[in-house]
Design a protein around this ligand. Structure first.
Ligand code: ATP
Ligand code: MG
Length: 373
């Protein structure tokens, strides 16, 4: 298969500028891409001469092309200086009103995992998605906002309490490459049952501001089930880049997909797509069989009706449940299994959807906070 320019752009969109908080494609620093078979050349445009930065970015670009396109690709990068770019970048920064100052300047993308109904596998998807993104080399955080029934501590077998820094920030716990924070680390789950809406919002705000998240490519948010007031408040509290909706295939669950899409439309958060969980049952002793016990393609059809992307199917399999219960999501415990592959494929699609979304929309939009009055 021959390489095309779009693939080169997509690969280079993984290379972050160390100081600007954005990737080189978004910053329009990649120009004049030429591809001939396995030879890829382009210009890396810098606003001023900076050999150290140029060398670092050249290395990162070459590594990204080899990782995401072809390990045998030959990459030829010319460094160009474009002084007008510096001026326009500075002018852009000055144009931003103060309320657009990012809350989490080091976090590139925040993705909410939502569902209309409880128990459809939202936390299972959030956990495996976070591990899959981390395995692809990204820096990933996972925030469990399900204050009523946090399941992330169990799914990652976290028994310890997180550390607190001298400036009183909570340090996420790292497991399988994912930086985790959950209310379940801090309080007794039974106590959380009496929490009211405003307390949930202030807890979520604290998770944004009083946690030492550092630099992250992705922060995955596991939302509580439903599309009621609590969920609406959370999605307005957090500067979301996009949302994914998890559903099972049966009709009763599908109506809730509609509610989920409508909730995110209301707050102007792009729906990156719908994930169908428990699409078909695969018995452990007959892995070649597929039983569509909840109906076939329900969520896929609903996604097309609502004109939102369909991100993929996840089978109903005992090892998915067991690995979560034992504290190692299947993408970590058995990454080459068919079940893990379905999560990995979906995470690749989400990465692609985010690249497209961030190109199409103003980058300040993803860090705009929409607090309720
Ligand atoms: N594809 C799957 N195959 C087998 N078991 C699954 C699958 N997806 C989820 N489960 C199991 O179903 C149960 C519910 O999943 P999970 O906790 O992820 O749902 P949820 O939507 O987060 O629930 P809640 O609404 O309570 O937050 C768990 O025991 C989980 O291990
Ligand atoms: Mg859950």
């Amino acid at each position: 298969m021959s390489i095309n320019k779009e693939q080169v752009k997509t690969a280079l969109a993984h290379v972050m500028h160390p100081d600007e908080g954005a990737d080189l494609v978004t910053l329009e620093m990649i120009q004049d891409i030429i591809v001939q078979d396995k030879y890829i050349s382009f210009t890396l445009e810098l606003p001023e001469k900076n050999d150290q930065l140029a060398n670092r970015l050249k290395q990162d670009c070459e590594a990204a092309v080899k990782k995401f396109i072809d390990k045998d690709a030959v990459v030829d990068i010319t460094v160009g200086i474009n002084i007008s770019r510096k001026r326009s970048n500075e002018a852009d920064k000055q144009k931003q009103p103060p309320q657009h100052q990012p809350v989490l300047p080091g976090v590139k993308n925040i993705i909410a995992v939502a569902s209309g109904k409880g128990g459809v596998g939202k936390s299972t998807v959030a956990a495996n998605l976070a591990v899959a993104l981390a395995r692809s080399g990204a820096r990933v955080g996972l925030l469990d906002t399900d204050i009523y029934g946090p399941s992330i501590p169990t799914m990652f077998a976290v028994k310890e309490r997180p550390n607190i820094t001298t400036d009183k920030k909570l340090v996420p716990i790292e497991k399988y490459g994912v930086h985790l924070v959950s209310m379940g680390f801090l309080v007794d789950t039974d106590q959380a049952m009496i929490w009211r809406g405003p307390m949930v919002t202030s807890a979520v705000k604290q998770f944004m501001q009083e946690v030492q998240w550092g630099e992250l490519d992705y922060m995955v948010l596991d939302l509580p089930p439903g599309t009621g007031d609590i969920q609406l408040t959370i999605v307005q509290t957090v500067p979301l880049t996009g949302a994914v909706i998890v559903s099972t295939p049966q009709n009763v669950a599908l109506d809730d997909v509609r509610k989920g899409v409508s909730m995110f439309n209301k707050v102007n958060v792009p729906v990156l797509g719908v994930i169908e969980n428990m699409s078909y049952f695969v018995p452990d002793d007959m892995p070649e069989k597929k039983y569509y016990i909840f109906g076939k393609h329900g969520a896929r059809n609903m996604a097309s009706k609502l004109e939102v992307p369909f991100l993929g199917e996840i089978p109903l399999r005992e090892p998915i449940m067991k690995s979560s219960d034992q504290g190692t999501p299947i993408v970590s415990s058995d990454p080459s299994s068919a079940a893990a592959e379905s999560f990995i494929e979906i995470s690749n699609r989400i990465e692609q959807a985010l690249i497209v979304r961030n190109k199409e929309k103003d980058s300040t939009e993803k860090v705009e906070i929409k607090f309720r009055p």
